[in-house]
Design a protein. Structure first.
Lengths: 225, 216
């Protein structure tokens, strides 16, 4: 055990700067792909409630495909599959676009479920008191929908954080790729993959504790309402 | 894009799909056994046991499945335990899924009113038969939709095991790309294949969910 740990002490000076930088990239990748996924999710959720059949059909198809295909297949398609068509993307850009497009389908369903969970009488009452549709959405529907949306949205953030690791397979310079490269160079796979796992855990666990608190809080406030 | 070309590329990909389904089914089974077992153990009064199970669940849910696979496949080989790709994939996905399903089954068991068990014991059932005939059938109904959703997630997660060279869809796709250079077509076909597998499953889960909300 001590022998195992001493390997970390010996290599720390050479590993840590690279691992730290890669961890930064993992966080950036998570934030970027989450932001993209939220934008796509909102657009799809609104599109699914649209009165124009074509838009509704497109959004439904997008959501089904995004939810039915592995993120890895989407990443490969974007990073390798577009090259013959003349579209060459940077691995980081391809990574966050792929993850964002994939997660967008899930987030759309989260938003739709949240908005639909607010009783339609709420909207009708808001309109009856003379609010515009936009105002009723902003002041009546949204504040209530957020309570339902927030916990699954935070869960999605945690899932995305862990899923950024698969971007290593299209050579995005993030934590998993760096750990793999260092493991190949030093022939110490166990040490490096455990270290990578620990860092992911240290990033994901606080998030999941926050999510659980928010969940408990929202459940209480919903019961009170 | 000739039709013949699609057929030529589709063959190997379908072969990969068979492995994908095998890996999904076996690791799903492993995950159910681990998840249900640990959820039942969490009903016990041993505090230490709760701790160990909680740590397992938190660790496996808090880290990427790819990291877990790499530790099992590359890490253990370095420690002297060589596990080949297929079993490594099953163990990795199974342990990961076990953590997810422990929570699912725990929630399912928790949703059964304790009066059910008390009534079963009061009419003279043994603790085991009350579990077998009263508690589990009701838990099953509650856990079926989340279990189905997990199965879909697992099916898609199997794509990741191509990274440890388990011969499933993505693995065949990558090999085909290096031999034919039909990059775009191959990855579109691979994505379509996953969709064909997961879409019917998703409709089935939807039916479970509808039926369940009808019960309530």
């Amino acid at each position: 055990m001590i022998e195992f740990l001493s390997v970390y002490a010996e290599n720390w000076a050479s590993w840590w700067p690279q691992i730290a930088k890669a961890t930064g990239n993992t966080i950036l990748l998570t934030v970027f792909s989450f932001a993209l996924a939220v934008v796509i999710g909102v657009l799809l959720a609104l599109g699914k409630l649209s009165r124009i059949g074509l838009i509704r059909g497109f959004c439904t198809a997008y959501i089904e495909i995004a939810r039915g295909v592995p993120a890895l297949a989407i990443l490969f398609l974007i990073y390798f599959g577009l090259v013959p068509l003349g579209i060459v993307l940077d691995a980081f850009v391809a990574g966050f676009i792929g993850l964002g497009m994939s997660a967008g389908g899930y987030i759309a369903e989260v938003f739709r479920a949240g908005i639909q969970a607010v009783h339609k009488g709420q909207r009708e009452a808001a309109l009856a008191t003379g609010m515009t549709p936009a105002m009723s959405f902003r002041y009546i529907i949204l504040p209530q929908a957020v309570r339902i949306i927030l916990p699954p949205l935070l869960n999605m953030l945690i899932i995305l954080l862990k899923d950024t690791s698969i971007c290593s397979l299209i050579s995005t310079p993030e934590l998993m790729l760096r750990a793999k490269d260092l493991a190949m160079m030093s022939f110490l796979p166990m040490h490096l993959f455990l270290l990578a796992g620990l860092i992911y855990f240290l990033l994901a666990w606080p998030l999941s504790l926050v999510t659980r608190r928010v969940e408990a809080h929202m459940r209480r406030s919903l019961r009170g309402a | 894009m000739g039709f013949e070309k699609i057929l030529n590329l589709g063959g190997p990909l379908l072969l990969g799909a068979v492995t994908t389904v095998e890996i999904t089914l076996v690791s799903l089974l492993l995950a159910i056994v681990i998840g249900l077992g640990l959820a039942l153990l969490k009903l016990s009064r041993f505090k230490l046991l709760h701790w160990v199970i909680d740590i397992y669940v938190e660790v496996f849910r808090g880290t990427p499945v790819l990291a877990q696979l790499f530790i099992i496949y590359f890490g253990l080989a370095y420690m002297g335990f060589k596990v080949s790709a297929f079993p490594a994939a099953i163990i990795g996905l199974g342990l990961n899924g076990g953590a997810v399903l422990t929570e699912v089954f725990r929630a399912g068991l928790g949703a059964i009113h304790h009066g059910q068990r008390e009534a079963a014991l009061a009419v003279g059932m043994t603790p085991w038969s009350s579990l077998r005939y009263i508690i589990l059938p009701q838990t099953w109904r509650i856990t079926l939709p989340p279990l189905g959703n997990y199965a879909i997630a697992l099916l898609k997660d199997t794509a990741v095991v191509s990274a440890i060279a388990a011969p499933e869809i993505m693995f065949y796709a990558r090999n085909l790309v290096t031999s034919t250079f039909e990059t775009t077509l191959i990855y579109v076909l691979a994505a379509a294949l996953y969709f064909c597998l997961s879409f019917p499953l998703a409709r089935l889960v939807e039916r479970f969910e509808k039926r369940q909300s009808a019960w309530q």
